[in-house]
Design a protein around this ligand. Sequence first.
Ligand SMILES: [Zn+2]
Length: 239
Amino acid sequence: MIKYNTYNRNCLRLSLFCFAAATGLLFIIFMYGCGSVGTIKSQINDLTFQQENLPVRTIRVAIANDNSREEQEINALLQEASNSLREQVGIELNRVMTKPIKWSTRTPEGMVEDMRKNFSTLEKRQFDIAIASVTYTASDKGLQLLGLILPIPVWDGCIDSTYRRYIVIKKLDKNILLHEIFHSLIFSEDHDTGGVMHAVQIQIVPGVPLNITEYLTPEDRKESLKNKWRNFNQIARSN
Ligand SMILES: [Zn+2]
């Protein structure tokens, strides 16, 4: 039986804070600068850095489609994420199959389990990671509104903790998808204090993240490169 750790570990959460919290956060941002500080952003044009990313690995992507998103939106998101992955760690995404999905639940651990069940054993060998891009439910939207006055977290993306290959994202956002994909390559820790693997996306104005960047920290990139060629049919662990 597949066991999932508490979904908190691998879910990217969104927090909306009231104005008082905003003042404190703006101070922190002033102190630490933008979200890209401490990441590999400044190195991406270095020749040595680019050579470390070779050879490029193509990761085969299966899409689980519940018809809540347009095909063009999903393809555009995959392309954006693929461009960033190629630049940072030499990985490209290639969409190889699509399968309809019906959700039995809307909990993150239940949704990744639905994803696992949706793909047969045979199909599992034909893709590396599976992604479902879904829309927020009415109750999610209610929680988001409540989050304007109370620090109530709403999850935006998650991945299973066993195979680290079944991803659900609720927000059509490249950085959230990248965050979940890097969970499939980073096992030594779940979240970092900086870079794209930061645990929480902080928003004061809805839709405008303050702390998240698409870039990894140097340590997270090192581990991603180490696990870049992992077999996604096997339980996730460091090579
Ligand atoms: Zn996470």
